[in-house]
Design a protein around this ligand. Structure first.
Ligand SMILES: [Fe+2]
Ligand SMILES: [Fe+2]
Length: 470
């Protein structure tokens, strides 16, 4: 017998809930099988300096030490229950938060949890091969940290399915281990999670852009009337912050290195020196930003309105907003394509919640770009990164399928085809970046195309042995 209370650190009294324990005992070997099959390649014997959450207390959620990843203690943590919490928005605003799932919302809530849960293992699958080409031991460790925490996020969602959704929940938990990123027959649910992550530039972009969508989805679920979902998401957000850091600082280090070489050689042709030119980085910004905007769904959505009025999913930082939290009267401005022109139009705010969450997201992404732009500025290089127009390269929502330039001009299909290679990464760009990807894992050494970080992990020096190869 395995002592699950020992093996799975938790604050949900696993030991006191025998049927839940049995359900997880059945699921856990499947999870490990999934990890071994689709998790980071050739990593099972490595000892990795990782953060493990062992409690939700300040000193408990970030315990650092060497771990072999298959032995990582994937825990189940919810922010502690506050019995006085009330529903912060929608028709049920002011009523006590739900501790069980109301029957009428059962299938919708299950779908929301499954869709969120599905992204967690998907990203681990997408990143499976990256360890083979890590630009440093520090980066290898960060990749693994993200991977084990996405695994924990899967546990977090599976806990909810097992604990609150009975047999249907258990079946969904199984299916989460069966779908595979990019599999034609049984793909992951959302398109962006079926894209390949072919190299580290794509990984950093994914962590900056796509993990941040995760943050915004989790933040709006953290407002949910279904209290266990709210508490689960609030704890997940503490981990998500690190993933975003890995993405933002990773790209910043690429830009730093490129600018160093441009400055040193007084040349923009940095591919000669084995770096990634800023124009190519911009193309990746365009790509990852646009496919991530698609994750917010259609700008106007009756589903989103229903989720809000019924209390299932709130807005970003609902508690800090000062309106009536019901949105029965207010309007929101959205952009639309009307007769070949992009126009702004006020619509009922309730229907525009996807657009609103996406706009909150864009605001934060822009702040990240502003920070990146300080790097060329520091080197007196005139280049600045910009976000493409929200209609650029979209497959979902009101701009889907319409050719629109990064600066927001509606163009013809022929014009798009003639210019797309300037706006989006080409196979040749990918091939060039892949040609740079060689593994550097000597402590304190970094691949030529990326600058070292400003500091190491958890107060350790940059040249610390973050991964022990045995
Ligand atoms: Fe996650
Ligand atoms: Fe994440």
């Amino acid at each position: 017998m395995i002592d699950y209370n020992e093996l799975i650190p938790n604050n949900v009294d696993l030991a006191g809930d025998k049927s839940l324990q049995r359900a997880l005992e059945k699921w856990q070997p499947g999870f490990l099988g999934w990890w071994n099959q689709t998790g980071p390649v050739d990593s099972s014997s490595l000892e990795v300096y990782l953060r493990t959450a062992i409690s939700v207390e300040k000193d408990g959620w970030a315990n650092f030490g060497y771990v072999r990843m298959p032995e990582y203690r994937w825990g189940i943590f919810l922010v502690p229950r506050d019995d006085s919490r009330t529903i912060p928005f929608g028709d049920h605003r002011g009523e006590p938060a739900w501790q069980e799932v109301p029957g009428e919302y059962r299938s919708t809530l299950r779908r929301i949890i499954v869709t969120q849960g599905d992204t967690e293992p998907a990203s681990v699958e997408q990143q499976r091969l990256l360890g083979m080409t890590a630009p440093s031991m520090y980066d290898l460790r960060n990749l693994f940290q993200v991977n084990v925490e996405e695994g924990r996020h899967l546990w977090a969602m599976v806990y909810l399915l097992h604990r609150y959704f009975g047999r249907d929940g258990r079946e969904e938990a199984e299916a989460l281990l069966e779908r595979r990123s990019g599999d034609l027959n049984n793909p992951r649910i959302l398109t962006a999670f079926n894209e390949q992550t072919r190299h580290w530039l794509a990984f950093f972009m994914f962590a900056f852009f796509t993990d941040r969508d995760g943050k915004y989805q989790l933040a709006s679920l953290a407002e949910s009337a279904f209290d266990p979902l709210s508490r689960t998401c609030r704890f997940m957000l503490t981990e998500e912050a690190h993933h975003l850091f890995v993405g933002e600082s990773g790209i910043a280090r690429v830009i730093e290195r490129t600018c160093q070489l441009m400055h040193q050689h007084q040349s923009t042709d940095v591919r000669r020196f084995g770096a990634i030119d800023l124009e190519t980085v911009q193309k990746f910004v365009n790509f990852h930003y646009s496919i991530t905007l698609d994750l917010y769904g259609s700008e106007l959505s009756s589903n989103a309105a229903t989720y809000f009025t019924t209390g299932l999913k709130g807005r970003f930082q609902e508690g800090k907003l000062t309106d009536d939290h019901k949105l029965s009267e207010s309007e929101y401005a959205v952009h639309e394509l009307v007769d070949g022109a992009i126009v702004t139009k006020n619509v009922p705010a309730l229907t525009a919640l996807n657009a609103r969450l996406r706009d909150d997201y864009i605001h934060e992404v822009q702040a990240g770009l502003d920070r990146w732009n300080r790097i060329p500025q520091k080197y007196d290089i005139p280049f600045r990164f910009t976000l493409p127009h929200i209609g650029f390269h979209r497959k979902i929502g009101s701009f889907a399928g319409h050719p629109i330039t990064p600066d927001g001009h509606v163009i013809t299909e022929a014009e798009w085809n003639a210019n797309a290679d300037r706006w989006l990464p080409t196979p040749a760009d990918h091939a060039y970046i892949e040609s740079l990807m060689t593994r550097v894992v000597e402590p304190g050494k970094f691949a030529n195309w990326i600058a070292p970080p400003v500091r190491g992990v958890h107060g350790m020096p940059i040249e610390f042995e973050y991964v022990r190869f045995n």
